[in-house]
Write a protein that binds this ligand. Structure first.
Ligand code: PMV
Length: 322
């Protein structure tokens, strides 16, 4: 039995668009912070006599696309290990699944680490990052603790995440809606690339933002990091909204929370907003300011919907197979 824990990550420069759908090679690189909240715990146990994988999500058998994605991922691990054994996968998420709070990132990072151990693969951090990427692109960054850069690369070997040094950052998550999103990021990425007239402009801008973000990280410039983060998120959402039929993840409350970030800054607090493929908004600030930023946001959203987070660990085994 192999048990692994992984945490979600939030990108400061977003990944949005695939150059290769099968291998999940992104059009551009991205950069993120792995958090210390909402862990996913996954247990993988091999069963030599079963003829199908058994997959449980919070104790409930998974079906449909969710189950198919996990079986496809396990097939990949089996191919690497030269094994035909089926597995029992028991995964527990403390993130609202599919709400744009990166549950697929923590989920596939935990699964990659647990399955690699269960199937006897000795993989280093880079190999685990490449493996997790095949489950869900952003999962390659949750293998890494704290701040991570995902090099887009051009093939399986060159597309992986690794740590990047920078200032100590924190985040405040504002949960606008914990329900599942209407359009999956997979489908929305494809539609953006195929139908949005802004897709090319987004990819050029994201590549330039990544270069500027690395410079801001090297300089320890929290305000510069925040400005790039907020602008990069709005550019991604602009490209998404240009799709046809249109996709819009930001709700009126989400937009109001971007205004709240501007208000905090007008009062001298360095806080910046970002949002993934859903209505929830995440505020980025210096780690030391997390509690002040959270308290300053209670005028905008109920206290129970604000979660303070800091840099968390990379995906790791908590119990190795015998
Ligand atoms: O890894 P996916 O397919 O869940 O896509 C993640 C996309 C965003 O969260 C919107 C951006 C990112 O870089 O995490």
């Amino acid at each position: 039995m192999s048990t692994a824990v992984a945490h979600p990550n939030i990108a400061l420069v977003k990944y949005w668009g695939k150059r290769d759908d099968a291998l999940i090679i992104p059009a551009t690189g991205s950069l993120s912070l792995t958090l210390d909240v909402f862990p996913t715990t996954t247990v993988v146990d091999l069963d030599g006599s079963a003829d199908a994988d058994e997959i449980l999500f919070d104790g409930v058998p998974a079906t449909g696309t969710a189950a198919a994605r996990i079986t496809a991922f396990l097939d990949l691990v089996r191919a690497l290990a030269g094994s035909s054994h089926r597995a029992r996968v028991d995964t527990r998420n403390s993130v609202p699944t599919g709400a744009g709070l990166a549950s697929s990132a923590s989920g596939f990072a935990a699964l990659a680490v647990a399955a690699a151990d269960a199937y006897g693969l000795a993989l280093d951090e880079r190999a685990l990052s490449r493996l997790a990427r095949r489950g869900s692109g952003s999962a390659c960054r949750s293998i890494i603790g704290g701040t991570a850069i995902w090099h887009a690369g051009t093939d399986d070997a060159t597309s992986f995440a690794e740590p990047i040094a920078g200032p100590d950052l924190g985040m405040v998550i504002a949960v606008v809606d914990a329900g599942a999103k209407a359009v999956s990021s997979r489908e929305a990425m494809r539609r953006t690339r195929e139908t949005s007239p802004y897709a090319d402009a987004w990819e050029r801008a994201a590549a330039a933002d990544l270069v500027a973000m690395q410079a801001a990280f090297a300089a320890g410039d929290v305000a510069g990091i925040g400005e790039l983060t907020e602008s990069n998120a709005l550019r991604m959402h602009a490209a998404i909204m240009g799709s046809r039929p249109p996709i819009r993840y930001l709700a009126p409350t989400s937009v109001a929370l971007f205004d709240a970030a501007a208000r905090l800054r007008a009062h001298g607090l360095e806080a910046y907003a970002t949002a993934d493929a859903g209505p929830n908004v995440v505020f980025v600030c210096a780690a030391a300011d997390v509690d002040i930023v959270r308290d300053a946001l209670t005028a905008d959203i109920a206290t129970g919907r604000l979660i303070a987070a800091h840099a968390g660990p990379g995906a790791h085994l908590v119990e190795a197979s015998a």
